[in-house]
Design a protein around this ligand. Structure first.
Ligand SMILES: Cc1ncc(COP(=O)(O)O)c(C=O)c1O
Length: 399
C-alpha cells in the first residue's frame, strides 16, 4: 500500500480475517474533529465511527472521567455491586424517560437484549404460547452482526452462509405502515425498527409513518422497539430521533455515542412491564454495567447535555444540507437526513470512488451503499470546519 503503510496493513492482512474493507489510510492520532495519519497527514473526520464519536476524538471530560475511574475500580462483574452503575442507569433513565435500563457493551448486544425481552414478554405478559413468539423487522435494516440481529436482516451479504437463522421473524418493507399491520399475527410480540435507516443509506421515513406504527402497535398489543444505536443521543438534532415523529417507543436501544468514543457502552431501555421479565440468571454480561463503562457513560451524557450537541446538530445539519443542495449537480439524485446524519445519493453507484477522492483531499467519509455516501461528523464540529469540509466536497464534485 502507498504511504509506507504496508508495514501496518500487511500484519492486518496476515492476522485479521477480511471482514472489512477499510479505506487506504493508517491513522495514529485524533483530537476533536480531526485525525492524523502516520505521515502527519490531517483529515476532517466526517464519519465519526458511525456516530460513536459524536463527542469528537478524546473529549477531555470523558478522558478525565475514564482515567479517574481507572485509578479506583474498573471491573467487578455483576457478581458484586459497584458504587457507580446505579448513578449511570439513573441518569440514562431520567434522560430517556424509561423506568429501567439494562447495561450492555456493544450495540448488537443491546439489540439481542431487546429481542430476548420481547420474546419473554410475549410468554409472561401477552400470553403467546411457548416458543411461538414472533418479531417483525423492517427490510433494509441494520441491527448488528450477531446471529439474532442478522436473523432480522434482508441483506444477503449479512445472512448467506450463516443459517439457520432465528425462526419466527417477519420482515416488512420500511416506511409502510400497512405492510406492518398486515404482518401482525396473534403471536407477534414486537416490532424492531430504526427511526432512520443509517447503514441502509440514511433512509428517512415519511412523517406519518411512525405515528401510524405507534397506533398499530398499540391496537395490537405489540411492543415498539426503536433502535437508536446510530441515531440517538443528539445525532439527528433531537436527543432521540423518535422525538421528530412525536411518538414514544416501548423499548429503546442505545450504544455507540453512549461510550463517548472511548469505550463500548450500550443499553436497552424500557418500563417495568417489559424489564421485569428478566430475573436473576436469565440475562447478563460480564462487562455490562462495569464501573469504567458507567463513568464513561455518565461523562458522555453530561457532555451531550452541557454542550447542547442536539441543538448544534440541528442547526449545523440544516446549514450543511442547505449548502450541499446549493452546489449539487446533475450527478446527485438526493441529499437527505436529519441533523448531522446526512446521505448524499448519486444517480450511479460511485459513492466508494467519491470517498476515495475525499480521502485524498483530507476528508474521511464512507459509502453506506453503492450510490450513497454518509456524512456524520462529530457533533462538536464548528461552522468553520464544516465550511472546510463543504469546500472539499464541492471541489471533488466539480472535478
Ligand atoms: C442501528 C444500529 N443498530 C445496531 C448496530 C450494531 O452496533 P455494534 O456495531 O456496536 O454492535 C448498529 C451499528 O452500526 C446500528 O447502526
Amino acid at each position: 500500500m502507498a504511504g509506507g503503510w504496508s508495514k501496518y496493513t500487511d500484519k492486518v492482512d496476515k492476522y485479521c480475517p477480511k471482514n472489512y474493507e477499510p479505506l487506504p489510510v493508517v491513522l495514529e492520532k485524533g483530537e476533536g474533529v480531526f485525525v492524523w495519519d502516520t505521515n502527519g497527514g490531517k483529515y476532517i473526520d466526517m464519519l465519526s465511527a458511525y456516530s460513536a464519536l459524536s463527542h469528537g476524538h478524546r473529549h477531555p471530560d470523558i478522558l478525565k472521567a475514564m482515567s479517574d475511574q481507572c485509578e479506583k475500580l474498573t471491573l467487578t462483574s455483576r457478581a458484586f455491586h459497584n458504587n457507580i452503575m446505579g448513578d449511570f442507569l439513573e441518569k440514562l433513565c431520567n434522560l430517556t424517560g424509561f423506568e429501567k435500563a439494562m447495561p450492555m457493551n456493544t450495540g448488537a448486544e443491546a439489540v439481542e437484549t431487546a429481542m430476548k425481552a420481547i420474546r419473554k414478554w410475549a410468554y409472561d405478559v401477552k400470553g403467546v404460547p411457548e416458543n411461538k413468539a414472533r418479531i417483525i423487522a423492517a427490510a433494509n435494516n441494520f441491527h448488528g452482526r450477531t446471529s439474532g440481529a442478522i436473523s432480522m436482516s434482508s441483506k444477503a451479504a449479512s445472512t448467506t452462509g450463516f443459517g439457520p437463522l432465528l425462526p419466527c421473524i417477519d420482515i416488512v418493507p420500511f416506511d409502510d405502515a400497512r405492510a406492518l399491520e398486515a404482518a401482525i399475527r396473534p403471536e407477534t410480540a414486537g416490532f424492531i425498527v430504526e427511526p432512520i435507516q443509517g447503514e441502509g443509506g440514511v433512509i428517512v421515513p415519511s412523517d406519518d409513518y411512525f405515528p401510524a406504527v405507534r397506533e398499530i402497535c398499540d391496537r395490537n398489543n405489540v411492543l415498539l422497539c426503536i433502535d437508536e444505536i446510530q441515531t440517538g443521543l443528539a445525532r439527528t438534532g433531537r436527543m432521540f430521533c423518535f422525538e421528530h415523529y412525536g411518538i414514544r417507543p416501548d423499548m429503546l436501544t442505545l450504544g455507540k455515542a453512549l461510550g463517548g468514543g472511548v469505550y463500548p457502552v450500550s443499553a436497552m431501555c424500557a418500563d417495568d412491564e417489559v424489564m421485569d421479565v428478566f430475573t436473576a440468571g436469565t440475562h447478563g454480561s460480564t462487562f455490562g454495567g462495569n464501573p469504567l463503562a458507567a463513568a464513561v457513560g455518565i461523562a458522555s451524557l453530561d457532555v451531550i447535555e452541557h454542550e447542547n450537541l442536539a441543538g448544534r446538530a440541528a442547526e449545523l445539519g440544516d446549514y450543511f444540507i442547505g449548502r450541499l443542495s446549493g452546489f449539487a449537480d446533475s450527478s446527485i439524485k438526493e441529499i437527505r437526513g436529519k441533523g448531522l446524519l446526512i446521505g448524499m445519493e448519486f444517480k450511479v453507484p460511485k459513492a466508494h470512488e467519491f470517498a476515495l477522492k475525499l480521502l485524498k483531499r483530507g476528508l474521511l467519509a464512507k459509502d453506506t451503499n453503492a450510490a450513497t455516501i454518509r456524512f456524520a461528523p462529530p457533533l462538536i464540529i464548528d461552522k468553520n470546519t464544516l465550511d472546510e469540509a463543504i469546500a472539499i466536497i464541492a471541489n471533488v464534485l466539480k472535478n
